[in-house]
Design a protein around this ligand. Sequence first.
Ligand code: ZN
Length: 251
Amino acid sequence: MSTRIVRAAEMIREAGCAVVLTGAGMSVASGIPDFRSPGGLWSKYDPDQVASISALHRTPDIVWKFLDEAAQMVGKAEPNPAHHALADMEKRGFLKAVITQNIDGLHQRAGSSNVIEFHGNCSRFYCMKCAGDFPLQKIVDRGKGLKPPRCEECGGLVRPDLVFFGERIPERALSDAGFYANGADLVIIAGTSGEVAPANLIPSQVKSAGGRLIEINKNGSAYTSICDLSLDGPVEDILPAIAEELNNSES
Ligand SMILES: [Zn+2]
């Protein structure tokens, strides 16, 4: 493994524009199980009933019961060494952007500044009627009973700034990701199988333009066959080792 860590650091140093694509595997060590895994939220809830845009309109009480449970789980989570390693790499100029399918905001809390969120962020809220922001603290403070929160200005239903099932990926995220899909010459695929659209387009596009791919995942990814380097293991071990190697070889 150690030669692969050294090789990964070399490839990152050689890159003109490196980006990382992250998914659920990043946050498992922070106590957020993959929604799709056994024991994950989707084994307990039907996403159509609790996380679709039609359910939010039809049965906001049921959706908000689920959102509160998810918010508690995410609220307790802290960034893990994988998040910190990526933030460190960005600060040192080795990484240009984090493109993520995660909604937990842990990349930003670890200190990453250029984070492109395909699926939104479950710690930001706004009114569905007047579009005004609604602070997270008020969601938390409304306490037990957990009625869906209402806008103080207009009484509209408040929702998280998440992409629900049945909604489109935000335009801004798509155009920002497109910018890096065109400009990056190295993609690090970390903690994701990479099968979810539109995230899945980035590695193939960079690779076909002559760029390189590194994957860091426990069970490989959809790109194993076209990756230049595969590191098989938990991101919370491997990413800090790569960041350390980059720091050592810098001096
Ligand atoms: Zn409002």
